[in-house]
Design a protein. Structure first.
Length: 204
């Protein structure tokens, strides 16, 4: 599969490595330009190339956005139309400034900005070092470290769940985007180092 990644920080770079290792082709980008990613791409292997943000968005059948939440309006609308967009961003007021959520879940703002995409919130509740180290495809799904996801499109969530499983984790669906506050910073399951089985018990 072709996967675009917008944001080459800790989560974006880690996902690029994991998805490439699983056999996918990756276009990774940041706001500073592909030339600034030469060293990173050199470490990630032949399945990964550096591009502009717009090219990463156009390249991917699935696109991960892992940029600071306060910059979500910089995500390119037209190249992402029709795509599944995985939003890994979290809103931290100290970093992002005051943003009026208007009572919405954080990722609903991303979805409103990208109305022609199918947005799935995922990979936002795990520390990047755990993401890098804790995946284990040898374990049964129920015993794997959990990755929570939420979204309004069941087929999109099914595909994202399969990507999660391919890199050695297990997916647990928390519901739709409107209810995805359960995955936001400060919530009980945010950064919880638990298995799929424990996650289902915690949500029951």
């Amino acid at each position: 599969m072709k996967i675009g990644i917008i944001g080459a920080g800790s989560i974006g770079a880690t996902l690029a490595k994991l998805f490439a290792r699983a056999g996918h082709h990756i276009a990774i980008s940041n706001s500073r330009g592909p030339e600034t990613l030469a060293d990173l791409v050199g470490q990630l292997g032949s399945n990964v190339r550096a591009t502009t943000v717009e090219d990463a968005a156009a390249f991917g059948e699935v696109v991960v956005e892992a940029i600071p939440f306060g910059r979500y309006k910089t995500l390119p609308v037209e190249p992402l139309a029709g795509k599944i967009v995985i939003s890994a961003a979290n809103y931290y007021p100290d970093r992002d400034g005051d943003i009026d959520l208007a009572g919405l879940a954080q990722t609903q703002l991303v979805a409103n900005h990208l109305p022609q995409t199918r947005v799935v919130k995922a990979f936002n509740t795990i520390w990047f070092k755990h993401l890098a180290d804790q995946g284990d495809i040898s374990k049964p799904i129920e015993e794997r470290r959990v990755i929570f996801l939420a979204g309004d499109d069941s087929e999109a969530k099914k595909l994202v769940s399969s990507l999660i499983e391919e890199i050695g984790f297990g997916a647990v669906d928390t519901g739709n985007l409107a209810g995805s506050q359960i995955q936001e910073p400060g919530a009980k399951i945010y950064n919880a180092d638990i298995t799929v089985r424990q996650a289902r018990e915690a949500l029951a």
